[in-house]
Design a protein around this ligand. Sequence first.
Ligand code: SF4
Length: 296
Amino acid sequence: MREQDSLIRKDKAKLKEQMYLIEMEEWIEEQYNINYERLRLEGGHALSPEVKRQGLWQIILYFRKMREIAETVTETEVKLTLPEQISPKGNRFTIEGVVDIIREKNTTTMYDIKTHDADYVNANKEDYIDQLNVYTHIWQNLRNERLDGTAVIATQFPRAIKKALDADDDVRMHKEMEKWNPVIQIPFSQEKVEDTITKFACVVDNIEGREFTPPSLQKLQDRIRGTKQRFATRVCRNCDARFSCDSYREYAQVTNSFSGGFTEYINDLGNADEVENFTNTNAFTTPPPTDINDLI
Ligand code: SF4
């Protein structure tokens, strides 16, 4: 009898847990759609149904994987500001960042959520260390708060999970979810903070001085750490300024990416998925004009 009671209790707990997850994921979907509509109206940019679906999956899988962290966040979207900085050329600027904070019994951890993938973050840790060290400096020295650790949460799920999702394969999905580690611990130190702030300051000076010289051809040809892609493919092909950029033009001339010559180069609208997204988005979201004046 006691055994049966215990089984019933376990079943009830399981059911409760399942109900909680269903309710939570429904709530996430509802909030996602509300946010999406708000951003679409504010910014005028829409997503194709497929990209929108993938965005929702990114949040749902993040919740499934990071539930413990997501549920223990004590302060979310904490704005950190380092105001009144002066660059070497006398330009004033402010550094701002947004992080999540978890305070447990005796420890405080700062999380920076990025929509990048974990392999990329691991391979380019130095970039994230610099940024988080500035946030740490603000948190510890300006806000006088305690800090015991910093980490990046890389929300973009791995390709293997996407494949399992597309194949609707629960077993593979479970296996890949187990393997996925989106939390990357970032060591923090205050030694390089001044250098990092100076790097920001030099960028401000370049912007204010209208110095926008693009990187060298070599940089465009280099592969980005943690990926198999060249800078030109991962960054330049998504850059709106590429057709007026000397380095990209030079790149197009020396690689065989544009074997069709100038016509192919000028007609390249970017990566095939994004072109498809753009086409689908407009096909799905732009209503046909009902008035001839709308076409003028
Ligand atoms: S195409 Fe854009 S991203 Fe690439 S080098 Fe030129 S300006 Fe920079």
